[in-house]
Design a binder for this molecule. Structure first.
Ligand code: PLP
Length: 329
């Protein structure tokens, strides 16, 4: 990947003259079955530009209560688009058409304008869980009945593609805007691509310029993303196998609770209700004592992610580390 980046043909990205960026956006538009696409520095910018394109101030978008823009985008939906979030209750990141319909309620002068329905694929904090095509279709039907747009935060869409064996375009066809991230499991250093209709992507370009997301010789980073599409998609299956092995190993340790049904891709969420220092103390001890890096999405949950730098023997080492912490000799 580094070599491909070093050798990339480049040009002025913001003038549309970078051949490597152009190749990347065409490739992603085709992968997702969309008319057009734009290269952005991050997935966060894809989400926030999409909100700005779809919503006017005071409009409401509907998403899972654990969705990325509600927790990790520094309040940007309110700060940039001025959109309101309606957080829906969800099971493993997936809400139902009934939940959505109930939240929308009846049209009224008092209510905020329902504008956008948001799907996170895979659902990160719920554990890398997948929306099925049928689940997407059923919420999109409600969205369309209410003349709402559909947006997919597809940071890990390709994990769902590999896990479920469905082409990306089969998921994407229910959406107006969809993006994929290159800096997650695909293993590139920077970048995400947002796709949609010509018209929406033209509007997204205005926001890209406005937010300072337009670049110059961005082919250097786009080459990493193209390389990832060629080499790092199929292998996501190895990450999923490693996550499963990790989850099954951890589930056998007394004091560790895991819902194995939620382990569908490359994320494992474990609860350690009895650990005295809470999840934050636990991940500190894991890192300090064993060099195993995990995160703590809440006071009781520890989150592990498998990726292309994690081997099967790393997984064994992580299981051993958790065992040592939970069962002191
Ligand atoms: C990582 C992530 C993002 C943000 O992507 P960046 O490229 O890190 O800005 C958005 N949504 C989800 C679900 C993510 O996991």
């Amino acid at each position: 990947m580094r070599q491909a980046m070093a050798e990339a043909k480049v040009g002025d990205e913001q003038k549309g003259e970078d051949p490597t960026v152009n190749a990347l956006v065409e490739r992603v538009a085709e992968l997702l079955g969309m008319e057009a696409a734009v290269f952005l520095p991050s997935g966060t910018m894809c989400n926030e530009i999409s909100l700005a394109v779809h919503c006017r101030q005071g409009d409401v978008f509907y998403c899972d209560s654990l969705a990325h823009p509600l927790r990790f985008e520094a309040g940007a939906p309110a700060a940039i688009a001025g959109a309101m979030a309606c957080a829906l209750p969800a099971k493993m990141g997936v809400y139902t058409p009934e939940d959505l319909e109930a939240a929308i309620g009846l049209p009224s002068r008092y209510a905020p304008t329902p504008r956008l329905v948001w799907v996170e694929q895979t659902a990160n904090i719920p554990g890398g869980t997948c929306w099925s095509i049928e689940q997407i279709r059923s919420v999109s039907k409600v969205a369309r009945q209410h003349s709402m747009a559909m947006h997919m935060d597809g940071a890990r869409l390709l994990n769902a593609v590999v896990a479920m064996g469905c082409p990306a375009a089969c998921f994407a066809r229910y959406f107006d805007t969809v993006w994929i991230d290159f800096s997650k499991g695909l293993g590139a250093p920077v970048g995400a691509v947002l796709a949609g209709s010509e018209e929406l992507i033209d509007q997204a370009w205005r926001w890209k310029q406005r937010l300072g997301g337009s670049m110059r010789q961005a082919g250097v980073i786009a080459a990493g993303a193209l390389w990832a599409l060629d080499h790092n998609v199929e292998r996501l299956g190895e990450d999923h196998e490693n996550a499963r092995k990790l989850a099954e190993g951890l589930a056998e340790i007394p004091g560790v609770e895991i819902d194995l049904g939620s382990v569908q891709t490359n994320i494992v969420i474990a609860s350690l209700p009895g650990w005295p220092g809470g999840a934050h103390g636990f991940i500190g001890a894991l890192l300090e004592g064993y060099g195993v890096r995990a995160s703590a999405p809440s006071a009781s949950q520890v989150r592990f992610v498998t990726h292309l730098d994690i081997s099967g023997s790393d997984v064994d080492a992580a299981i051993d580390a958790v065992r040592h912490l939970c069962i002191p000799a």
